[in-house]
Design a protein around this ligand. Structure first.
Ligand SMILES: [Fe+2]
Ligand SMILES: [Fe+2]
Length: 323
Protein backbone atom coordinates (compact mmCIF):
# COMPACT_ATOMS: atom_id res chain seq x y z
CA UNK A 1 0.00 0.00 0.00
CA UNK A 2 1.29 3.45 -0.87
CA UNK A 3 1.40 5.67 2.18
CA UNK A 4 0.83 9.40 2.24
CA UNK A 5 4.52 9.92 3.01
CA UNK A 6 5.53 7.82 -0.01
CA UNK A 7 3.23 9.78 -2.35
CA UNK A 8 4.68 12.99 -1.00
CA UNK A 9 8.22 11.72 -1.61
CA UNK A 10 7.44 10.69 -5.21
CA UNK A 11 6.07 14.16 -5.89
CA UNK A 12 9.10 15.69 -4.17
CA UNK A 13 11.48 13.81 -6.47
CA UNK A 14 9.68 15.24 -9.54
CA UNK A 15 9.88 18.75 -8.09
CA UNK A 16 13.58 18.32 -7.38
CA UNK A 17 14.25 17.53 -11.04
CA UNK A 18 12.44 20.70 -12.08
CA UNK A 19 13.53 23.14 -9.38
CA UNK A 20 16.70 22.18 -7.52
CA UNK A 21 19.25 24.97 -7.88
CA UNK A 22 22.07 22.47 -8.44
CA UNK A 23 20.18 21.10 -11.45
CA UNK A 24 18.61 24.18 -12.98
CA UNK A 25 20.41 27.45 -12.21
CA UNK A 26 23.51 29.48 -12.70
CA UNK A 27 24.49 30.66 -9.21
CA UNK A 28 25.31 34.28 -8.39
CA UNK A 29 28.92 35.08 -7.46
CA UNK A 30 30.32 38.12 -5.73
CA UNK A 31 32.24 40.60 -7.87
CA UNK A 32 34.58 43.44 -6.85
CA UNK A 33 31.67 45.83 -7.40
CA UNK A 34 28.99 43.92 -5.48
CA UNK A 35 31.34 43.21 -2.55
CA UNK A 36 31.25 46.99 -1.91
CA UNK A 37 27.41 47.05 -1.76
CA UNK A 38 25.31 46.83 1.45
CA UNK A 39 25.86 43.31 2.71
CA UNK A 40 24.66 41.98 6.08
CA UNK A 41 21.30 43.31 7.42
CA UNK A 42 21.74 46.50 9.50
CA UNK A 43 19.28 45.31 12.12
CA UNK A 44 21.53 42.31 12.80
CA UNK A 45 24.61 44.48 13.41
CA UNK A 46 23.67 46.53 16.51
CA UNK A 47 27.39 46.85 17.35
CA UNK A 48 27.65 49.48 14.59
CA UNK A 49 25.55 51.79 16.78
CA UNK A 50 27.80 51.32 19.82
CA UNK A 51 29.85 54.37 20.85
CA UNK A 52 33.09 52.34 20.71
CA UNK A 53 32.61 52.08 16.92
CA UNK A 54 31.47 55.68 16.41
CA UNK A 55 34.86 56.68 14.96
CA UNK A 56 34.77 53.96 12.28
CA UNK A 57 35.00 55.01 8.63
CA UNK A 58 32.53 53.79 5.98
CA UNK A 59 35.20 51.36 4.78
CA UNK A 60 35.49 49.83 8.27
CA UNK A 61 31.71 49.54 8.54
CA UNK A 62 31.61 47.78 5.18
CA UNK A 63 34.41 45.45 6.20
CA UNK A 64 32.53 44.51 9.40
CA UNK A 65 29.37 43.88 7.38
CA UNK A 66 31.28 41.59 4.99
CA UNK A 67 32.89 39.78 7.95
CA UNK A 68 29.43 39.17 9.45
CA UNK A 69 28.09 37.86 6.12
CA UNK A 70 31.10 35.60 5.64
CA UNK A 71 30.96 34.23 9.16
CA UNK A 72 27.32 33.31 8.63
CA UNK A 73 28.07 31.66 5.28
CA UNK A 74 30.98 29.72 6.71
CA UNK A 75 28.96 28.51 9.71
CA UNK A 76 26.17 27.40 7.36
CA UNK A 77 28.67 25.58 5.14
CA UNK A 78 29.99 23.62 8.14
CA UNK A 79 26.52 22.65 9.37
CA UNK A 80 25.28 21.69 5.91
CA UNK A 81 28.01 19.07 5.66
CA UNK A 82 28.17 17.87 9.25
CA UNK A 83 25.59 17.14 10.56
CA UNK A 84 23.08 17.69 7.69
CA UNK A 85 24.62 15.95 4.65
CA UNK A 86 26.04 13.22 6.87
CA UNK A 87 22.67 12.51 8.51
CA UNK A 88 20.85 12.61 5.15
CA UNK A 89 23.24 9.93 3.89
CA UNK A 90 22.55 7.80 6.98
CA UNK A 91 18.80 8.31 6.55
CA UNK A 92 19.04 6.97 2.97
CA UNK A 93 21.30 4.08 3.89
CA UNK A 94 20.20 3.02 7.36
CA UNK A 95 16.65 4.40 7.67
CA UNK A 96 15.26 5.88 10.87
CA UNK A 97 14.15 2.95 13.00
CA UNK A 98 10.66 2.69 11.48
CA UNK A 99 9.72 1.52 7.96
CA UNK A 100 10.94 3.98 5.34
CA UNK A 101 9.89 3.78 1.65
CA UNK A 102 12.57 3.84 -1.05
CA UNK A 103 11.27 7.16 -2.44
CA UNK A 104 11.88 8.83 0.94
CA UNK A 105 15.44 7.48 1.01
CA UNK A 106 15.98 8.95 -2.47
CA UNK A 107 14.66 12.31 -1.27
CA UNK A 108 17.24 12.20 1.54
CA UNK A 109 19.95 11.79 -1.11
CA UNK A 110 18.64 14.74 -3.16
CA UNK A 111 18.86 16.84 0.02
CA UNK A 112 22.42 15.63 0.68
CA UNK A 113 23.21 16.70 -2.91
CA UNK A 114 21.59 20.13 -2.42
CA UNK A 115 23.41 20.69 0.87
CA UNK A 116 26.86 19.77 -0.42
CA UNK A 117 26.22 22.24 -3.25
CA UNK A 118 25.10 24.95 -0.79
CA UNK A 119 28.26 24.39 1.25
CA UNK A 120 30.33 24.78 -1.91
CA UNK A 121 28.54 28.04 -2.81
CA UNK A 122 28.89 29.38 0.76
CA UNK A 123 32.64 28.69 0.93
CA UNK A 124 33.05 30.22 -2.52
CA UNK A 125 31.28 33.35 -1.19
CA UNK A 126 33.85 33.61 1.63
CA UNK A 127 36.80 33.06 -0.74
CA UNK A 128 35.48 35.69 -3.19
CA UNK A 129 34.88 38.22 -0.41
CA UNK A 130 38.39 37.71 0.97
CA UNK A 131 39.89 38.21 -2.47
CA UNK A 132 37.93 41.38 -3.28
CA UNK A 133 38.32 42.93 0.20
CA UNK A 134 41.98 41.93 0.52
CA UNK A 135 41.40 40.46 4.00
CA UNK A 136 41.73 37.06 5.63
CA UNK A 137 38.83 35.98 7.80
CA UNK A 138 39.20 33.78 10.87
CA UNK A 139 37.11 30.66 10.31
CA UNK A 140 34.74 29.18 12.88
CA UNK A 141 35.88 25.73 13.93
CA UNK A 142 33.65 22.83 12.92
CA UNK A 143 32.31 20.86 15.84
CA UNK A 144 31.77 23.71 18.31
CA UNK A 145 28.34 24.79 17.11
CA UNK A 146 25.41 24.44 19.54
CA UNK A 147 23.59 22.22 17.05
CA UNK A 148 26.58 19.87 16.97
CA UNK A 149 26.65 19.93 20.79
CA UNK A 150 22.97 18.95 20.82
CA UNK A 151 23.69 16.05 18.48
CA UNK A 152 26.68 14.95 20.58
CA UNK A 153 24.46 14.92 23.68
CA UNK A 154 21.88 12.75 21.88
CA UNK A 155 24.53 10.31 20.60
CA UNK A 156 26.01 9.94 24.09
CA UNK A 157 22.68 9.46 25.82
CA UNK A 158 20.32 7.53 23.57
CA UNK A 159 20.29 3.70 23.65
CA UNK A 160 21.90 2.21 20.50
CA UNK A 161 18.62 0.78 19.17
CA UNK A 162 17.05 4.28 19.15
CA UNK A 163 20.05 6.07 17.72
CA UNK A 164 18.83 6.37 14.12
CA UNK A 165 15.40 7.59 15.25
CA UNK A 166 16.91 10.20 17.57
CA UNK A 167 19.49 11.35 15.01
CA UNK A 168 16.74 11.77 12.42
CA UNK A 169 14.82 13.97 14.85
CA UNK A 170 17.95 16.11 15.25
CA UNK A 171 18.21 16.34 11.45
CA UNK A 172 14.61 17.61 11.28
CA UNK A 173 15.37 20.27 13.91
CA UNK A 174 18.60 21.24 12.15
CA UNK A 175 16.96 21.75 8.78
CA UNK A 176 14.08 23.74 10.20
CA UNK A 177 16.46 25.92 12.16
CA UNK A 178 18.79 26.65 9.21
CA UNK A 179 15.84 27.51 6.97
CA UNK A 180 14.41 29.81 9.63
CA UNK A 181 17.73 31.64 9.96
CA UNK A 182 17.99 32.06 6.19
CA UNK A 183 14.41 33.38 5.97
CA UNK A 184 15.17 35.92 8.72
CA UNK A 185 18.29 37.14 6.91
CA UNK A 186 16.59 37.35 3.54
CA UNK A 187 13.74 39.39 5.05
CA UNK A 188 16.07 41.83 6.82
CA UNK A 189 18.81 42.23 4.20
CA UNK A 190 18.80 45.21 1.85
CA UNK A 191 16.69 44.31 -1.13
CA UNK A 192 18.75 42.91 -4.03
CA UNK A 193 22.05 43.27 -2.17
CA UNK A 194 24.41 40.49 -3.34
CA UNK A 195 24.08 38.79 0.03
CA UNK A 196 20.29 38.81 -0.19
CA UNK A 197 20.35 37.45 -3.76
CA UNK A 198 22.67 34.60 -2.72
CA UNK A 199 20.62 33.80 0.40
CA UNK A 200 17.44 33.80 -1.72
CA UNK A 201 19.00 31.33 -4.14
CA UNK A 202 19.78 29.07 -1.18
CA UNK A 203 16.19 29.42 0.07
CA UNK A 204 14.78 28.12 -3.22
CA UNK A 205 15.89 24.68 -2.01
CA UNK A 206 15.43 25.18 1.74
CA UNK A 207 11.70 25.92 1.56
CA UNK A 208 11.29 22.47 -0.02
CA UNK A 209 13.59 20.83 2.54
CA UNK A 210 11.79 22.40 5.49
CA UNK A 211 8.40 21.11 4.39
CA UNK A 212 9.84 17.64 3.81
CA UNK A 213 11.39 17.45 7.27
CA UNK A 214 8.21 18.71 8.95
CA UNK A 215 6.29 15.96 7.17
CA UNK A 216 8.95 13.37 8.03
CA UNK A 217 9.05 14.29 11.73
CA UNK A 218 5.25 14.17 12.02
CA UNK A 219 5.32 10.72 10.41
CA UNK A 220 8.22 9.53 12.59
CA UNK A 221 6.61 10.69 15.82
CA UNK A 222 3.30 9.03 14.91
CA UNK A 223 4.92 5.71 13.88
CA UNK A 224 7.28 5.03 16.80
CA UNK A 225 6.13 2.92 19.75
CA UNK A 226 4.79 4.67 22.82
CA UNK A 227 7.77 3.70 25.00
CA UNK A 228 10.13 5.15 22.37
CA UNK A 229 8.12 8.39 22.36
CA UNK A 230 8.42 8.59 26.12
CA UNK A 231 12.18 7.93 26.01
CA UNK A 232 12.85 10.50 23.26
CA UNK A 233 10.57 13.04 24.93
CA UNK A 234 12.64 12.63 28.09
CA UNK A 235 15.82 13.59 26.17
CA UNK A 236 14.28 16.54 24.36
CA UNK A 237 14.76 19.28 27.03
CA UNK A 238 18.52 18.68 27.43
CA UNK A 239 18.89 18.57 23.63
CA UNK A 240 17.10 21.93 23.38
CA UNK A 241 19.31 23.31 26.18
CA UNK A 242 22.49 22.36 24.31
CA UNK A 243 21.17 23.50 20.95
CA UNK A 244 19.23 26.68 21.76
CA UNK A 245 20.25 27.94 25.17
CA UNK A 246 23.87 28.89 24.89
CA UNK A 247 24.32 32.67 25.34
CA UNK A 248 28.08 32.26 25.84
CA UNK A 249 28.50 30.72 22.38
CA UNK A 250 26.69 33.67 20.81
CA UNK A 251 28.89 36.19 22.62
CA UNK A 252 32.08 34.30 21.76
CA UNK A 253 31.22 33.97 18.07
CA UNK A 254 30.23 37.63 17.73
CA UNK A 255 33.42 38.71 19.56
CA UNK A 256 35.49 36.53 17.20
CA UNK A 257 34.12 38.55 14.26
CA UNK A 258 34.65 41.96 15.88
CA UNK A 259 38.02 41.56 17.58
CA UNK A 260 40.27 41.46 14.45
CA UNK A 261 39.03 44.99 13.79
CA UNK A 262 40.84 46.58 16.72
CA UNK A 263 39.42 45.23 20.00
CA UNK A 264 40.61 42.50 22.33
CA UNK A 265 38.23 39.59 23.01
CA UNK A 266 36.96 40.84 26.37
CA UNK A 267 36.27 44.34 25.04
CA UNK A 268 34.58 42.83 21.98
CA UNK A 269 32.30 40.75 24.19
CA UNK A 270 31.38 43.77 26.28
CA UNK A 271 30.57 45.84 23.16
CA UNK A 272 28.43 43.04 21.71
CA UNK A 273 26.54 42.49 24.96
CA UNK A 274 25.86 46.20 25.44
CA UNK A 275 24.88 46.74 21.80
CA UNK A 276 22.44 43.80 21.70
CA UNK A 277 20.89 44.73 25.05
CA UNK A 278 20.36 48.32 23.88
CA UNK A 279 18.86 47.17 20.57
CA UNK A 280 16.67 44.29 21.72
CA UNK A 281 16.47 44.53 25.53
CA UNK A 282 17.63 41.76 27.86
CA UNK A 283 16.61 38.27 26.65
CA UNK A 284 13.41 36.95 28.31
CA UNK A 285 14.03 34.77 31.36
CA UNK A 286 11.70 32.03 30.09
CA UNK A 287 13.41 29.70 27.61
CA UNK A 288 10.23 29.21 25.58
CA UNK A 289 10.00 32.96 24.90
CA UNK A 290 13.49 33.29 23.40
CA UNK A 291 13.55 34.38 19.77
CA UNK A 292 16.13 31.73 18.82
CA UNK A 293 13.83 28.96 20.04
CA UNK A 294 10.63 29.89 18.20
CA UNK A 295 11.35 27.94 15.04
CA UNK A 296 12.07 24.69 16.92
CA UNK A 297 9.09 25.12 19.25
CA UNK A 298 6.81 25.54 16.24
CA UNK A 299 8.23 22.32 14.80
CA UNK A 300 7.51 20.53 18.10
CA UNK A 301 3.90 21.72 17.78
CA UNK A 302 3.38 20.90 14.07
CA UNK A 303 4.97 17.43 14.42
CA UNK A 304 2.52 16.59 17.22
CA UNK A 305 5.34 16.19 19.78
CA UNK A 306 3.89 18.85 22.06
CA UNK A 307 0.54 16.96 22.19
CA UNK A 308 2.16 13.91 23.78
CA UNK A 309 1.34 14.29 27.50
CA UNK A 310 4.57 12.80 29.01
CA UNK A 311 6.73 14.88 26.62
CA UNK A 312 4.69 17.98 27.25
CA UNK A 313 5.23 17.50 30.97
CA UNK A 314 9.02 17.36 30.41
CA UNK A 315 8.92 20.50 28.26
CA UNK A 316 6.92 22.44 30.85
CA UNK A 317 9.15 21.26 33.75
CA UNK A 318 12.30 22.35 31.87
CA UNK A 319 10.89 25.74 30.81
CA UNK A 320 10.59 24.89 27.09
CA UNK A 321 6.78 25.19 27.15
CA UNK A 322 4.42 27.45 29.05
CA UNK A 323 2.63 25.77 31.94
FE1 LIG B 1 21.16 24.33 2.49
FE1 LIG C 1 18.40 22.14 3.67
Amino acid sequence: MTTELEQYAVHYLQQWEERATVRTRQRTRLTAETTAMPMFPDVMMPALKHEALAHWSDAQRQEYSVRMACDFQHAVALLEIDPVTDLCGKLAGQGMGVALPEAVRQVALTIATDEAYHALAAREFVDDAERFMGITLPRAEGGSDPLVNGLTYIRKTVPTELRRTAETMVLCFAENFITGELFGLSKDAASDSPFQVIVREHLVDEGRHQLFFQTLLRHLWAEIDEEVRVELGRLLPAFLDAFLFNPQYFLDSQARILSPMGFDRETSKRIILEAYTTAFGPPPAEKHKRVMAQNSLKLIATAGIGDHPPTREQLVASGWAAA
